[in-house]
Design a protein around this ligand. Sequence first.
Ligand SMILES: [Cu+2]
Length: 220
Amino acid sequence: MAGMDHAKMPGMAPASPAPQAGGAMAGMDHSTMPGMSQDGMAGMAPAGAADPFYAPGSGLAPHAADGGKFLSYADLRALHPRYALRPPTREIEIRLTGNMERYIWSIDGVKYEDAEPIVLHYGERVRFKFVNETMMTHPMHLHGMWSILDNGSGQWNPVKHTVSVPPGTTLYTETEVDAPGRWAFHCHLLYHMGAGMFREVRVVGGPQSAALPVTPVQGE
Ligand SMILES: [Cu+2]
């Protein structure tokens, strides 16, 4: 549950550079993150590397005021792998686009009503590259299938319904395409969805026509 709460945090404080009380120190710490491994609070981030799930300028930083650490997606691990790890069959880039002032929200610069469905084939494993070109977090939600967030944990990458993409960042998910049909795929800020940050994902084929087997490790 803590992870879910965290997933909503960036949306609660969109890209505000103004530190809150107690947050100023965290912001300063953030600017010196390459040195953070010296204090033993670096978590799972490699020494000298910034946590990729914190957006620069978001006001969020790995350090809490009391010497603790705010958790990020980098801290999530699956208890049990849901699917066998295998290379993706292809990559699809999803650019999250929009204009806050004009209140335009879209994917790849095209709003839903003008867009073609994203066609996936049953049995493939698709890697999604999310590029957030906007100044807001977008919690992207794919119906029908799981989104496996690549946070560097390999077989133990967390499996999620919704993946929040912080402003100005790029992250990757993978989906085992194991559910035929037509599925909604959208930002879960409903006013963004309503404005057009939405796609139909159409899964063609089925178990009989699958070119590649889907290999679940653990059932529901
Ligand atoms: Cu959004």
